[in-house]
Design a protein around this ligand. Sequence first.
Ligand code: BEZ
Length: 245
Amino acid sequence: MALVDRTGQQVPSVVFHTRVGDSWKDVSTDDLFKGKKVVVFSLPGAFTPTCSSTHLPRYNELAKAFKENGVDSILCVSVNDTFVMNAWAADEESDNIIMVPDGNAEFTEGMGMLVDKDSLGFGKRSWRYSMLVNDGKIEKMFIEPEKEGDPFEVSDADTMLKYIAPNWKAQESVAIFTKPGCQFCAQAKAALDAKGLAYEEIVLGKDASIVSVRAITGKATAPQVFIGGKYIGGSEDLEAYLAKN
Ligand code: BEZ
């Protein structure tokens, strides 16, 4: 394996065959890159563990921050067909990411990133990497080190965003347990919105039950808010916390 950094070169010229609803739609690299600032991350396979738990979700989560820092779109490339990529996107709810099904591996081969994963029964797949592309020209690449297995050290979303915006600081993660129709929950979400804090909402009766709330907080009411590994409490506790922080 000899992976080459292609910084300064143009991305390969390829047409991808994508499925939109019941129709086929060809999408060219010109469509994807021309006149745009684009972040690409490429990975070994849809539905695989690291790709699904971390690589794709974090790019999706940070899409707004990428946008605020001048990135027009974020592409996820994998040597998979369009049906698999579409199903994976739906499963992951990764609405902020454009899935690029490189089923024929032409783009990945053109990038020099096509590697053998025969030992896993995968055939030829993409090595993990990310790149920043401006109007089709590669400005920066983060290529995972050539180690055994599936290293995931540098092609992550945080590394790319820090490269693009060195002063950017990750927001602490916020999670809120809510109950449908709960007025205090709406108030707590509004308080987080007013501070510009993104959050993950765990809706009781849908994503979890009150058993989880009792087990984690010792309380049986909603909302319950957690920020950066700390238990904050209900809506009044949250307002007091936000007033101080
Ligand atoms: C993973 O994402 O964890 C993975 C990718 C390729 C092969 C095996 C695992």
